[in-house]
Design a protein around this ligand. Structure first.
Ligand code: ATP
Ligand code: MG
Length: 378
C-alpha cells in the first residue's frame, strides 16, 4: 500500500497517538503547531519544516487534533480541498454558539440555552433559561475552564461581573447560558464516519470528571442507551457530512440522553480503545480521513482509562501488572497538565474492577484525587 501523508493541526498527544496508530498502515503524520507555524515530528517534536503552505503542499490529507484553531488557518486548509472532517465541524467544536445551533438543526436533545453578549441579555436568560444555570464562554473553553455556575438570585451581580470580564478579554466572545442539567452520570460516544456515509461507533464510555477535568473513563455495555447515542451520532455526523472520528458527550438523565457537547476529533474518553477495541480510535480516524475501510469498533475486552495529570513518574510496579498499560505523552511536567494515561483491562467486568482496585491501591491518592473513592464505589 502506498504511503499516505497526513498533516495534523496541533502537535499534542492526540497527534502523537495518531502517529503511533498510523505507522502499521504506512500512514505518516506530521504535526503543525498553529501558534508557532512550525511543522514538527509528532513523536520527537523535532522541527521538520515551517509554514502552513509548505505543510499543506506535502500532505495528502489534513486533519485536526483540537478545535480552537484560528478560522484564517482553517479557511486556507479548506481551500486546499484536503481538509477532513470539515472546517464547519471544527468551527462548531470551537464555538458553543455554532455548536448549539448544530445540535438544534440536527434535532438532538440538548440543554435549554441562550446566547448572551450584554447585561440585558443576561437578565433575559435568567428568565428564559431559569436558575440554576451554567454560563460558558462561547470561545476558548476546555477542561471546564471559562465556566460559571449561577445558583441563586443573590449571586446574579457577582456572577455577571466575573463572566462579563471574558466578553471584553476576547474579540467576538459571547457567553452561552445553559440550564443546569441534574444528570446521574456523563457518558460519551466515539465513532467514525467515512466519505460515503458509512459509520461505526464504539461502545459508550462512562466518564468521571474531577474539578472539571476527565479523570476516569470506563467502557459500558448498555444497549438501550447505546441505541439512543448512536441515533444522535448519526443525526449530527450526517448533518455535518462528517469524515473522521467524532466524539459526543452526553448527560444521562434517568436513562434519557442529552447532548452536552461535541468534539470533532479523537477524544480523551476514547483512549481505552487502544487496548479495549479491535481497532482503536486513532487508527479509525486515520482510516476515515484517508478514505480507507473502517476497522471494527467492537470491544475485545472490558476496559477503562485513568488520566495522569501533572506528574511524570508512577510506581514502577504498574509496569508489571498484567492488566495495565501506561501511555506517556513525552511532555514536560506542569501542574494539572495531561501527561499520559493508564489503560486497564479485564476479560470480565469483575476482572476489570479487580484490576482497577489493585491499581488505585498503589497510586498516590493526592496525585489522583477522588479516584479511589469512585473506583471503590463500583
Ligand atoms: P471538556 O473540554 O473537558 O470536555 P469543557 O470545558 O468543554 O470540557 P463542558 O464539557 O461543557 O466543558 O463542561 C465541563 C463539565 O461541566 C461537564 O463535563 C459537566 O460535568 C459540567 N457541566 C457542563 N454543562 C453542564 C450543565 N448544563 N449542567 C450540569 N453540568 C454541566
Ligand atoms: Mg466536555
Amino acid at each position: 500500500m502506498a504511503n499516505k501523508h497526513v498533516l495534523v493541526l496541533g502537535a499534542g498527544q492526540l497527534a502523537r497517538m495518531m502517529s503511533l496508530a498510523g505507522a502499521p498502515l504506512n500512514i505518516n503524520i506530521s504535526a503543525f503547531d498553529v501558534s508557532s507555524e512550525k511543522i514538527v515530528h509528532p513523536l520527537t517534536q523535532n522541527i521538520i519544516g515551517h509554514g502552513l503552505n509548505n505543510a499543506i503542499a506535502k500532505a495528502d490529507v489534513i486533519t485536526a487534533e483540537f478545535e480552537h484553531i484560528p478560522h484564517s488557518i482553517l479557511d486556507i486548509c479548506q481551500q486546499s480541498g484536503k481538509f477532513r472532517p470539515t472546517t464547519q465541524a471544527i468551527k462548531a467544536g470551537g464555538d458553543r454558539r455554532i455548536e448549539k445551533q448544530l445540535l438544534d438543526d440536527a434535532k438532538v436533545a440538548n440543554a435549554k440555552y441562550a446566547v448572551i453578549t450584554n447585561r440585558a441579555e443576561f437578565d433575559d436568560a435568567i428568565t428564559s433559561v431559569g436558575l440554576p444555570m451554567v454560563l460558558k464562554t462561547a470561545l476558548g473553553g476546555y477542561d471546564g475552564k471559562g465556566q460559571w455556575r449561577l445558583k441563586s438570585t443573590t449571586d446574579i451581580d457577582a456572577t455577571w461581573s466575573e463572566s462579563q470580564q471574558s466578553l471584553s478579554d476576547t474579540p467576538h466572545q459571547a457567553i452561552v447560558a445553559e440550564e443546569f442539567v441534574p444528570f446521574q452520570r456523563e457518558v460519551s460516544l466515539i465513532g467514525a464516519r467515512r466519505v460515503n456515509g458509512e459509520m461505526a461507533v464504539y461502545p459508550l464510555t462512562e466518564n468521571v470528571h474531577v474539578d472539571g477535568v476527565l479523570s476516569l473513563s470506563i467502557a459500558i455495555d448498555e444497549s438501550e442507551l447505546q441505541q439512543q447515542a448512536a441515533k444522535m451520532f448519526q443525526a449530527i455526523s450526517d448533518k455535518l457530512n462528517y469524515v473522521g472520528v467524532l466524539a459526543i458527550e452526553f448527560f444521562d438523565v434517568n436513562g434519557k440522553l442529552l447532548v452536552n457537547e461535541i468534539a470533532p476529533r479523537v477524544h480523551n474518553s476514547g483512549h481505552w480503545t487502544q487496548q479495549g477495541a479491535e481497532v482503536c480510535q486513532f487508527e479509525n480516524h486515520l482510516r476515515a480521513v484517508c478514505d480507507m475501510p473502517l476497522g471494527s469498533t467492537k470491544a475485545i475486552r472490558h476496559a477503562a482509562m485513568i488520566n495522569i495529570l501533572g506528574q511524570d513518574t508512577l510506581p514502577k510496579e504498574i509496569l508489571a501488572m498484567p492488566n495495565c498499560h501506561i501511555h506517556w505523552y513525552g511532555k514536560e511536567k506542569r501542574a494539572g497538565r495531561k501527561m499520559g494515561h493508564i489503560n486497564v483491562c479485564g476479560n470480565t467486568q469483575g476482572e476489570l474492577d479487580k484490576a482497577l482496585k489493585e491499581l488505585v491501591a498503589i497510586l498516590d491518592e493526592s496525585e489522583f484525587p477522588e479516584l479511589k473513592q469512585h473506583i471503590n464505589q463500583r
